[in-house]
Write a protein that binds this ligand. Sequence first.
Ligand SMILES: C[S@@+](CC[C@H](N)C(=O)[O-])C[C@H]1O[C@@H](n2cnc3c(N)ncnc32)[C@H](O)[C@@H]1O
Length: 438
Amino acid sequence: MKKSIRAHAAEVIDALQNQQSNLDALLRKHSVHLNPNDKKLLQSICYGICREWFHLEAIESQLLDKPLKARDQILSAIVRCGIFELGWMGSKEHAVVSEYVDVTVTEGRPWARGLVNAVLRQFIRKKSELKMERHSAQTLWNHPQWLIDAIQQSWPDHWERVLVENNVHPPMTLRVNRQKLDRDAYIETLTTQGIEAAPGSAPDSVRLAKPVPVQSLEGFAEGFVSVQDESSQWASIILHPQDHERILDACAAPGGKTCHLLEMSDSQVIALDVSEQRLSRIKENLVRLGLRAELIAADASHTESWWDQHEFDAVLLDLPCSATGVIRRHPDVRLMRSETSLRSLIGMQTMILDATWDTLKIGGRLLVTTCSILPQENQHQIRKFLERHGDAHLTTINGVPGLDTLYGTQHLPTHAGGDGFFYALLVKSEPTNNGVSA
Ligand SMILES: C[S@@+](CC[C@H](N)C(=O)[O-])C[C@H]1O[C@@H](n2cnc3c(N)ncnc32)[C@H](O)[C@@H]1O
């Protein structure tokens, strides 16, 4: 029997609860046989639930007489999906209740039909008061407490705005391929088609008033334009690639920055990523845009496995990070990360930084970027790097929107503008005889 869209939704939420995989991967897996409308509905339910995760959790625990057994956690996912549709999506009450009651059967828990029916009907009766009640910081901001604390400590003057921004829908931003046309011309084309668009902060960026399917964008298939957040676009602008330079993009997939570097210059880009599967997405982007790069599947921190000892003029290090600057795009980040996972990410970043520094020529520049807003991954990481490497110098970055810190520029997510992002530009100098830089 064909599985209902609501059964798919409950399974995605159950898998997220168990931290089996991330939201996008789960949606891809569950959407394989769905038509476009069902795909969209599944995505709206699951993205929406992630945005309201802690509030929904609190409502659910009020409505259940006693906690569910560990082996019946799928029922929690079923109830949560039902509550979200009834309370936030305005779906038809009768259809929602009866379909989620049926999901108990699909999921092998027919004995729970009455339970799900009773909980959802009770929610309908008390909806307004339950939606108003937000007794803890977690339910108020829909973030885990450790992350609220971390953001509050890191950004005492901005933390409330950051938490609000993390819960809004992000803008869709495009990067116009400057090799093929200029930004104003493309904005004009969009306007003629009735798509409202305006220039973004980064030189090639275009902000759309409303998201549209990429395939409907004029010239997308021909490589005139790509989707890329404007904060991410600043990375290649800051690195400022020059013709004939040999550039390493060390954490490159899916290739947004690799392609931007190549659109900006006639440089030789080596795009490296540890994930072979994700590397194939760089290939797709290069083909669509008519660009060429050398692709290597390897761990950047093990230079002996991939580096030919030929030094690079420039290195772009878009480090794997907590992704706390892009929670509005990936609302499940708030569930997948923890203080423990943060510590191991920081260790991995340190190893990649130290290893790739050795591949840079004297006088060369290395740009570190993350889509994190946590200083431990950003300013602190750079401060410690400078303490370890006497031949590294931090360069001032001008003209980029963001907060200047002692160890780089931090952009916090903004409603109409870019994602949360960090940039630090380092230049390598000649070491002196005692190993300290000149
Ligand atoms: C933030 S994403 C990069 C996004 C990319 N720069 C872009 O603009 O499209 C980080 C990437 O680092 C890769 N990665 C993680 N650990 C790595 C390692 N040790 N060596 C190389 N790549 C790594 C991940 O597979 C992921 O694709």
